[in-house]
Design a protein around this ligand. Structure first.
Ligand code: NAP
Length: 544
């Protein structure tokens, strides 16, 4: 197996000034990038992936922070396209950690011989559509240039890290980093006074883990979250055998569920059963691992309304029960947003961290951070002395990673300008005026690999169709795009994910337009819509 530490940018090395020619270029070698490479090669295309990192894995390459792990079941997260791969790979834990996840993606890259088609340490800075020859001209930071008919942006949904524009960051005398760029050699936190800003899914995992080794931990929390026990554990041999024998059923369940998880809602409304029966179900599911607590619960627990608030009360009580100091407990209890309207973190001892004498919770909504000082963090109330600062402050989701690349389509317009008011696409995949560009990272929803695999297959099939029918261009029609944007805005407004200020709607980034960044549809509905579009000769697309 290749060592991710030792990747070089040698793949595709070409003499200075030469523009490498491919049928397709994939930006990113994470989960979707690797699979795109695999599928397009299967079709017989020449493909090159350009990857900013020194190894494969994307999210699982960059997020090396302590505690980083899946919170969907490991065996629902692997690729399903190869039975051999499924049978060969042993997931060691029910919710596997970052090192194993990175190993898995390296294993996939080696097994399918994908590595030789990837140029590592290769940051794409611009991609310009050449209207004369219908090809994308791709420019890298190191001066390397390449050209291809098709361009696929497998750049991730949550990959452009966000650090708030605090004054004085560079004046801080100790080390600091964003969780999404955790140093490969790790950070020495043992015995240090550490400050963590942010309590989203990342902060919750990180805080729980580092609280075991730091001398003092200060957690800067702006919004309390609803978190629930992950209940991870090792997968023993017997369970491993069962999992391997059950993959068809596991994937069938995932395919049938709204978010591609292996959980099925109870078709009953929480409000149609007695309070006793309701509580019995809440308690029973609470003892279960992972997302089952809400995704196998009464269906309306995950919809705005009475059932949602009833379940929120139950979870708030669970939080209170675990924190010794009632004042700290109240700080940790979310009261300003609906249960499930933000991504729900799973945890493994998070609340107990706040019972430790060396942990301090600071409410930065009540006393906002004013600046970073040479010695630590200054809020409107006090200055906190720190040796290390960690920003678990999230991501400029979906469009952030696209905007870092200057993508110029027809007439010289940039995707960034076009997306200034929110993504303007058809089904997240294609944008009018940007022919042969597949914004695959803007189209995925739910349990990531389960959602990404069919999407990659759809895009590959679409490319095959274009080539076989000797078209040179494909892009969304302006009409299909307008209708899709209207659907996202109108139907998106009704779902739980748009009810709070989070990355789902771009509300975590100051100045970013507040729109749903993903599809409002469930995964089965999205797959059906895409299938229908393809069956109708790529309806809604302009083929030239
Ligand atoms: P996030 O959910 O956006 O959380 C960012 C945190 O930083 C929030 O607590 C936010 O507070 C805080 N923050 C941002 N700006 C701040 C400021 N100026 N002052 C104080 N606090 C500030 O980001 P994340 O935790 O990295 O998670 C992002 C997504 O990644 C998750 O929702 C999930 O989809 C994914 N993820 C998945 C896993 C997994 O699968 N196991 C693990 C980690 C992450 P507010 O809430 O007040 O904005």
């Amino acid at each position: 197996m290749g060592n991710p530490e030792q990747q070089t940018p040698t793949a595709g090395a070409s003499p200075a000034g030469e523009v490498e020619q491919f049928d397709a270029i994939v930006i990113g070698a994470g989960v979707t990038g690797l699979y795109s490479l695999y599928r397009l090669h299967e079709l017989g295309l020449s493909v090159r992936a350009f990857e900013d990192g020194g190894g494969v894995g994307g999210t699982w390459y960059w997020n090396r922070y302590p505690g980083c792990r899946f919170d969907s079941e490991s065996y629902t997260y692997g690729y399903s396209f190869s039975e051999e791969l499924l049978q060969e790979w042993d997931w060691k834990e029910y919710y596997s950690g970052q090192p194993e996840n990175e190993r898995y993606l390296n294993y996939v890259a080696d097994k399918f011989d994908l590595r030789r088609h990837i140029r590592f340490n290769s940051r794409v800075v611009s991609a310009v559509f050449d209207e004369e020859d219908d090809r994308w001209q791709v420019n890298l930071q190191d001066g390397h240039r390449a050209s291809a008919q098709f361009l696929i942006t497998s750049v991730g949904i949550l990959s452009a890290g966000y650090i708030p524009d605090f004054e004085g960051i560079d004046s801080f005398q100790g080390p600091w980093c964003h969780t999404g760029r955790w140093p490969k050699d790790g950070m020495d936190l043992a015995g240090k006074r550490v400050g963590v800003i942010g309590t989203g899914a990342t902060g919750v995992q990180l805080i729980t883990e580092i609280a075991k080794e730091v001398s003092h931990l200060t957690v800067f929390q702006r919004t309390a979250n609803y978190c629930a026990p992950l209940r991870n554990g090792p997968i023993d041999d017997e369970a491993q055998r069962k999992i391997k024998a059950s993959y068809p059923e596991i994937f069938k369940m995932c395919n049938e569920s709204a978010g591609s998880f292996m959980h099925k809602f109870d078709p009953r409304s929480a409000m149609d059963v007695s309070p006793e029966e309701r509580l019995e179900q809440y308690e029973r599911l609470w003892k279960e691992p992972g997302f089952k607590k809400w995704l196998s619960n009464f269906y309306d627990v995950m919809m705005p309304g009475e059932a949602n608030e009833d379940y929120a009360k139950f979870v708030r009580e669970k939080i209170r029960q675990r924190v010794n100091d009632p004042v700290v407990a109240e700080m940790l209890v979310p009261k300003d947003h609906m249960f499930g309207s933000k991504r729900l973190p799973c945890e493994s001892g998070y609340y107990e961290v706040f019972n430790q004498d060396n942990v301090l919770l600071v409410d930065v909504r009540q006393a906002p951070i004013e600046r970073i000082t040479p010695r630590g963090i200054k809020t409107s109330d006090a200055e906190y002395e720190l040796d290390v600062i960690i920003f678990a402050t999230g991501y400029d989701a979906v469009t952030g990673a696209l905007n870092k690349i200057e993508i110029r389509g027809q007439g010289g317009q940039t995707l960034k300008e076009k997306f200034a008011g929110g993504p303007r696409t058809y089904m997240g995949i294609s944008s009018a005026g940007f022919p042969n560009l597949f914004t695959i990272n803007a189209a995925s929803v739910g349990n990531f690999v389960r959602a990404a695999e069919p999407l990659v297959e759809w895009v590959s099939e679409c490319i095959r169709y274009v080539r076989e029918n000797e078209f040179t261009r494909i892009s969304a029609t302006p009409e299909a795009e307008d209708a899709w944007v209207k659907h996202v805005n109108e139907d998106g407004a009704k779902i739980l994910r748009t009810q709070a200020n989070s990355w789902f709607v771009g509300a975590n980034i100051p100045g970013k337009a507040r729109v749903l960044l993903t599809s409002p549809d469930t995964a089965p509905v999205m797959r059906a819509k895409r299938a229908e579009v393809a069956a109708n000769g790529y309806e809604g697309f302009l083929l030239e």
